[in-house]
Write a protein that binds this ligand. Structure first.
Ligand SMILES: Nc1nc2c(ncn2[C@@H]2O[C@H](COP(=O)(O)OP(=O)(O)OP(=O)(O)O)[C@@H](O)[C@H]2O)c(=O)[nH]1
Ligand SMILES: [Mg+2]
Length: 312
């Protein structure tokens, strides 16, 4: 396949085009992915999650500088949150990362979340796979984590960094249940701000309870000041440490979680596509609604009827 050959030979424009096509889930882009999949599996995928403005983009910029010094090639995917507070974040992220915009060893791509399919854009796994097939050593995925959707981008990553700020200390209990659950590394950013020490201690406590539960990996808490270039090597070291840990024999957990996340996202999207196709058959819906109105059928049976047609 010409397109995939071009991508494998380092054609950045072709890669960018395929990633944009994937947003529309064209049949061609699916075919391309089938060809690219055998070439994936090299990259270490790192999720960088945290609330809006926590410093994710600045941290990623600093990490890129760090890893470039080691001659690693990188991919960055910025998943734009649909939150009105962070509108324009893609532009902002590009500006914050622009120091790397001219470096052809750093491939930066941004996408918008698609509201109507319930969270994460289904093109995310595909885009990550393309970057992986391109030969990237590390792929960083920036996303605002709500911690609600279990099919979150974090399930695609081998290593999840949760970025926390000192001011979030007060909300830690609420956070604990969701977003903190999947953390492999905590980056406590903006430690130049008040309450950094208290928040650090709180995170250590959460990390301890987590390590008790799983036994194998205790999430380290790394203090950073992204704008002052502080704590970056320590954060990068912890990423390397966790990468080595998850590659150890018998430690396939993260790899399987990654594949599980990948497959679930694709399946979910394809089923939703089929449901949306069904939704377009207006007459049929009209009939069902009519039958529901007349109490000839209940909504559960109606849903079952539709599902049985989609997945016989
Ligand atoms: N004081 C302080 N400010 C920081 C630090 N790191 C980042 N910032 C600032 O925090 C603001 C948000 O940083 P970003 O890197 O854009 O944060 P983000 O998490 O990517 O934000 P969104 O993508 O909008 O969710 C910017 O004004 C940064 O300059 C830090 O260590 N200390
Ligand atoms: Mg950002």
């Amino acid at each position: 396949m010409k397109l995939t050959d071009n991508i494998l030979n380092g054609d950045l424009k072709a890669a960018g085009r395929l990633m944009r096509d994937m947003d529309m889930l064209t049949p061609e882009s699916r075919e391309a992915l089938k060809h690219l999949f055998p070439h994936t599996g090299h990259a270490h995928i790192v999720g960088v999650t945290g609330s809006a403005g926590a410093g994710k983009s600045t941290l990623i910029r600093e990490l890129i500088s760090h890893f470039r010094k080691q001659d690693k090639v990188l991919g960055v995917l910025v998943v734009d949150p649909s939150s009105p507070f962070t509108e324009g974040a893609v532009l902002g992220d590009r500006i914050r990362m622009q120091r790397h915009a001219m470096d052809e060893n750093v491939f930066i791509h941004s996408i918008a979340t698609r509201g109507n399919t319930g969270g994460l854009s289904a093109s995310v796994p595909g885009i990550v796979a393309v970057m992986d097939a391109m030969g990237k050593d590390i792929i960083l995925i920036e996303t605002v984590g709500a911690g609600q959707d279990e099919m979150d981008v974090r399930h695609l990553a081998h290593t999840n960094i949760v970025v926390v700020t000192p001011s979030m200390g007060d909300h830690m209990q609420a956070l604990k249940a969701g977003i903190l659950e999947t953390a492999h590394i905590f980056a406590l950013n903006k430690t130049d701000q008040p309450q950094a020490t208290a928040t650090h201690q709180m995170l250590e406590m959460i990390a301890q309870t987590k390590s008790d539960a799983s036994g194998a990996w205790a999430p380290p808490v790394v203090d950073t000041q992204a704008i002052h270039h502080q704590g970056i090597s320590e954060l990068a070291n912890q990423i390397d440490r966790h990468a080595a840990f998850s590659k150890q024999s018998g430690q396939q957990i993260n790899v399987n979680t990654h594949l599980h996340g990948l497959l679930t996202l694709i399946l979910r999207e394809q089923v939703l596509d089929k449901i949306n196709l069904e939704l377009e058959k207006k007459q049929k819906w009209h009939n069902l609604l009519d039958r529901m109105h007349k109490k000839q059928i209940d909504p559960y049976s109606a849903a079952e009827e539709i599902l049985n047609e989609i997945i016989p």
